[in-house]
Design a protein around this ligand. Structure first.
Ligand SMILES: NC(=O)c1ccc[n+]([C@@H]2O[C@H](COP(=O)([O-])OP(=O)(O)OC[C@H]3O[C@@H](n4cnc5c(N)ncnc54)[C@H](OP(=O)(O)O)[C@@H]3O)[C@@H](O)[C@H]2O)c1
Length: 280
């Protein structure tokens, strides 16, 4: 698996399996099958309520801990829980994660970020990240972090390429990990003629062309899937290279439009919501 080097010199795989909206049984299955196929990056979160299942999927194939880059996220209602990191590690069944995010700029997010920094210093998180911290949130955090993050996880796809945000990220060498890389499966995106045309040229599906575009943009991708054929396809994208002209053709799709519009009222709800974690 190709890797990228983060701003703290850690290596991170370019492609991973996402587990948003996967039930525990689905997440366990997708993680196990993905790792069997050669994936080495798994993305979950407190809020997905499938961390135990992801840990089970990892253990079922007996993969060595150091061969998996495990990413998870603290949910805002955990930011002031002094045991949030330990409890997250316990659910996953590991003694460190490779990447630990704060999931949303909600509630006492600075307390959440301080927990990440502490976990990083203690070796419980090999890298740290912020998720959905675009605009004023990263601007404020920039003035307060003691350790700069390695990743920002944010919505990104050919319709919305995060061109503004990337200017800030580039200043610090923070890498973008795209969520909704396939537009959450949006047919309009997958059926854009340019992806069918390039897919025909390279013998790939439209989804594979889109994922290759992400990696050539320098983004790490974590497509979510419970379909083993899709999981296999999504890994098989590094044996072709889109030309500069083809990347420029895809750039024309950028409408600067997100799928997901978060409101301030939602941030308040996020801070109040407590995930009902899976039982041990
Ligand atoms: N930080 C955040 O706030 C945040 C928010 C959203 C997501 N995320 C992370 O980002 C990951 C990716 O986002 P996502 O899963 O919501 O959306 P996505 O990866 O853009 O799309 C997933 C959808 O695309 C379909 N799909 C996957 N591979 C395909 C393929 N090769 N061909 C056709 N369809 C395909 C899946 O269906 P099948 O199951 O049938 O394959 C699923 O319906 C998440 O799983 C999660 O880890 C983070």
């Amino acid at each position: 698996m190709e890797t990228i080097t983060l701003n703290n010199n850690l290596e991170c795989p370019l492609i991973g399996i996402g587990t948003f909206m996967l039930s525990p049984a689905e997440a366990e299955n997708s993680v196990r099958e993905a790792l069997k196929m050669g994936y080495s990056l798994v993305d979950t979160a407190n809020a997905y309520v499938n961390e135990r299942a992801c840990g089970r999927g990892m253990r079922q194939i007996g993969i060595r801990r150091e061969d998996v880059f495990l990413s998870t996220k603290l949910w805002p209602s955990e930011y002031e829980n002094p045991n949030a990191v330990e409890e997250t590690l316990e659910r996953l069944g590991v003694d460190y994660v490779d990447l630990l995010y704060i999931h949303q700029p909600a509630g006492n997010w600075l307390a959440g970020y301080r927990q990440l920094e502490k976990a990083y210093r203690e070796g419980k998180a090999k890298s740290i990240g912020i998720s959905n911290f675009e605009g004023k949130y990263i601007a404020e955090l920039e003035t307060k972090w003691e350790i700069a993050p390695q990743f920002m996880q944010a919505e990104a796809h050919p319709y919305f390429t995060q061109s503004e945000l990337r200017k800030t990220l580039d200043k610090y060498g923070i890498r973008l990990m795209s969520w909704y890389p396939l537009g959450h499966g949006d047919k309009a995106l997958l059926q854009e003629p340019v992806f069918a045309e390039l897919g025909k040229k390279y013998g790939k599906t439209p989804a594979q062309v889109i994922l290759r575009w992400h990696t050539q943009m320098g983004f790490v991708v974590i497509p979510g899937s419970k379909n083993v054929d899709h999981i296999r396809d999504n890994l098989d994208i590094l044996d072709f290279t889109l030309t500069d002209a083809e990347m420029a053709q895809i750039a024309k799709l950028d409408k600067g439009e997100r799928y997901y519009h978060r409101t301030d009222a939602q941030l308040v709800q996020f801070a109040a919501w407590r995930p009902q974690f899976e039982r041990a």
